[in-house]
Design a protein around this ligand. Structure first.
Ligand SMILES: NC(=O)C1=CN([C@@H]2O[C@H](COP(=O)(O)OP(=O)(O)OC[C@H]3O[C@@H](n4cnc5c(N)ncnc54)[C@H](OP(=O)(O)O)[C@@H]3O)[C@@H](O)[C@H]2O)[C@@H](O)CC1
Ligand SMILES: Nc1ncnc2c1ncn2[C@@H]1O[C@H](COP(=O)(O)OP(=O)(O)OP(=O)(O)O)[C@@H](O)[C@H]1O
Ligand SMILES: [Mg+2]
Length: 378
């Protein structure tokens, strides 16, 4: 009898077998535990309790990503002027890495942003410009090897002044793709991030930006417009630093929730087989089938995409004044869900065409069609 009651309750709660497949094993285990310990309650009380528990602990549902993409992608309105569909800046690109900032910045344009800037080192700038005339490239960052110690303070002020001149115009910064780990360069980027935060500019932090932030959590702590997009290594470093424990894949949702909460009102997109997203209040997953190719640079596409969708989500929510179905969702979470879903759809499409030879540039070429399939331009 009790077993039957539990089974009924579980299925009332979960809704369908399809949902069961999508929900995380950790959540199912948690619900089974609650069901086991709630014997004696009526179905109604039980359901209410479960809902309360879920609301308190944060839920782990597969996001309704296609509807979110439709809801936040702006119409192509002829009355709009250049810039209104988004101005994105990538802070990254050094002697070693020129592909990563290019991938992030060009992805932003391919999705529909109007302007995409790259702030990088002088060595990287000419190379990045040569990849594309579409990008606005600022050769302003410096690495220690190219300057004398006594010149560092004046160079640092010059770098900051140059970026700050532009800061207010950007809808979002992406900090980190191909940034490298030079200590002087990272000190300058630290100051750029502080200024972005004072100016209320959203910041997506990826790659070496995460290396910097993991070492200086105060840069993002308590800033609701900060989004971290860690890969497996970057996530491990964050968990060890903030939660002082190992990554626990059996309780992935709860751990991510604790991490986002622990850093303080920030949003984290944990990349992996399924992408998990949390702002410390809720957990969402995006498990759309992507591609089995793991070539480098796909995370860079994602960071550029999240920057655009986050900007669009903020714009959409502020124009709608609270009367949309998505109004209650944090715009940083909306941006992550949309970016992750589009990246995975484009990766899947590219893989259909190119199979083993699929590269990041092939995926970038599929961003437009993947978005078009979900929200056609006209
Ligand atoms: N085409 C391009 O231009 C692309 C460029 N990319 C760019 O590459 C950068 C690093 O990103 P990634 O994804 O390789 O970092 P990740 O998985 O944490 O590290 C793997 C292992 O390497 C090590 N390690 C890394 N950097 C190190 C350093 N400077 N010095 C020493 N060790 C270093 C690291 O060690 P650990 O940090 O754990 O000590 C870990 O064991 C980043 O800017 C990214 O945007 C990518 O986006 C791909 C496409
Ligand atoms: N096992 C997987 N199956 C399907 N998709 C995955 C898998 N792992 C990662 N992805 C997807 O690939 C994208 C990039 O994630 P990845 O972990 O490769 O980032 P990264 O290491 O930062 O990449 P980059 O090489 O750009 O630095 C994400 O959108 C993620 O959803
Ligand atoms: Mg990366």
């Amino acid at each position: 009898m009790f077993v039957k009651h539990c089974m009924n309750s579980q299925f009332t709660l979960l809704g369908s077998a399809k949902y069961c497949m999508l929900a995380s094993s950790a959540v199912i285990r948690r619900q089974q535990f609650l069901i086991r310990t709630l014997g004696g309650y009526t179905d109604q009380t039980h359901l209410k309790r479960m809902q309360q528990t879920k609301a308190m602990s944060g839920t782990a549902f597969e996001a309704d990503s296609e509807n979110i993409l439709r809801a936040i992608t702006p119409n192509l309105d002829p009355s709009k002027h250049k810039g209104q569909a988004g101005k994105i800046a990538v802070i990254g690109g050094c002697r070693e890495y020129t592909g990563a900032p290019y991938f992030a910045a060009i992805s932003a344009l391919k999705i529909g942003a109007d302007l995409s800037h790259v702030f990088c080192t002088k060595d990287a700038a000419a190379v990045i410009k040569s990849y594309s005339p579409e990008l606005i490239v600022h050769p302003i960052l410096e690495e220690s090897y190219s300057i004398r110690d006594e010149d560092k303070p004046s160079i640092s002020s010059k770098v900051l002044a140059e970026v700050n001149k532009w800061m207010e115009r950007f809808d979002c910064l992406v900090v980190g793709p191909g940034l490298g780990r030079d200590p002087f360069l990272l000190d300058c980027v630290r100051e750029i991030m502080k200024h972005a935060r004072r100016s209320n500019v959203p910041i997506v932090i990826d790659g070496d930006g995460l290396f910097l932030v993991t070492d200086s959590l105060d840069l993002v702590s308590g800033y609701p417009l900060a989004v971290l997009t860690p890969n497996v290594n970057e996530y491990k470093r964050l968990v060890e630093k903030v939660l002082n424990c190992k990554v626990d894949d059996h309780d992935a949702h709860e751990q991510l929730l604790s991490l986002a909460k622990g850093i303080g009102s920030i949003t984290i997109l944990r990349k992996g087989k399924s992408d998990l997203i949390s702002d410390g209040e809720t957990v969402k997953s995006v498990s759309i089938y992507g591609s089995p190719r793991r070539c480098g640079g796909q995370g860079d596409i994602l960071s550029g995409s999240v920057a655009v969708f986050l900007s669009w989500a903020r714009q959409r929510l502020s124009a709608a004044e609270g009367d949309l179905p998505i109004s209650k969702i944090n715009p940083t979470v909306l941006g992550c869900i949309a970016g992750s879903a589009l990246m995975r759809k484009a990766a899947s499409l590219a893989f259909q065409n190119k199979k083993r030879s699929t590269l990041t540039s092939d995926i970038i070429e599929c961003l437009g069609k993947s978005l078009e399939d979900i929200c056609p331009a006209i």
